[in-house]
Design a protein around this ligand. Structure first.
Ligand SMILES: [Zn+2]
Length: 269
């Protein structure tokens, strides 16, 4: 059988998880998770998320995908590298989680690999989903050749409400500009949801329209200097510490952040 990642003919393929199983291990549902479509319609109950035995060989699964999954789980599930937590000024129940020493290229490669897996899998929930042949090919090539997938960026929420402790089928989304002076157009993106984690992902050569930057004063943080933080993992923002917004749910959060930035002359650029 042909491995869709390295394109070599292999006798046996790996049992590849489309969504890393580690994200589901903390769910108290006897290893099963509910699935929902973006319409709210309930799907099949899944034995530990979705896997596909027809997409990658053992070498690609263990050599390429698994290390990316392990890294993402360490950061996004276990919050390794959590450096500071700041209450969001002006938004109730919302925190900014600041991470240090994040390998942003590895995170982009992880998100790219999930999109690629969704796109090539023919499993029931995913067969209608595709990133298109251009990105499918480009991501495949970069995953195999150590590429930096610079056309991927994210806005990550940690959602603490129990209603978000489920699995939602990914969906495409046009991400609208939140500041039309900065970004003229919507960009192509996706919404990925792992239990209690929601990711708005841009897959576009244009920048993620929801990217925000904060310059936290020393009084707000435990460090003695100003802290430059950003939701973006784009290579241009390498010098910023990675920030995740933690809230009960994601309703109205972007608007609250915008309002705060406008009041404090915060930096959107
Ligand atoms: Zn392979």
């Amino acid at each position: 059988m042909k491995c869709l990642l390295c394109t070599n003919d292999k006798e046996k393929m790996a049992k590849a998880h489309i969504f890393p199983i580690g994200f589901f291990n903390n769910i108290e549902t006897k290893g099963r998770s509910e699935t929902y479509r973006s319409s709210g319609e309930r799907g099949r109950r899944l034995q530990k998320a979705i896997y596909d035995e027809n997409i990658v060989c053992h070498d690609c699964e263990h050599g390429i995908l698994e290390p990316l999954d392990d890294y993402a789980i360490k950061i996004l599930r276990d919050k390794q590298g959590l450096f500071d937590q700041v209450l969001h000024p002006g938004a109730k129940d919302t925190k900014l989680l600041v991470f240090d020493n994040i390998d942003k290229t590895k995170l982009r490669r992880f998100f790219a690999s999930v999109l690629w897996r969704i796109s090539v899998s023919k499993q029931l929930e995913l067969r209608s989903l595709s990133v298109g042949s251009f990105y499918e090919q480009k991501i495949r090539d970069e995953l195999c050749n150590g590429g930096a997938v610079e056309y991927i960026d994210v806005f990550v929420f940690f959602l603490t409400s129990p209603m978000h402790n489920a699995f939602f089928v990914p969906c495409r989304k046009k991400i609208k500009p939140m500041d039309t002076k900065r970004d003229g157009q919507s960009v192509n993106g996706w919404v990925l949801q792992f239990p209690n984690i929601c990711i708005t992902l841009s897959l576009d050569k244009r920048r993620h329209p929801n990217r925000v930057f904060f310059n936290l004063s020393p009084e707000l943080t435990e460090s003695h200097t100003e802290l430059l933080i950003s939701t973006s993992i784009h290579p241009e923002n390498e010098s910023y510490k990675f920030m995740v917004v933690e809230a009960k749910n994601d309703k109205g959060i972007i608007e609250q952040i915008m309002a705060t930035l406008k009041k404090s002359n915060g930096n959107l650029a």
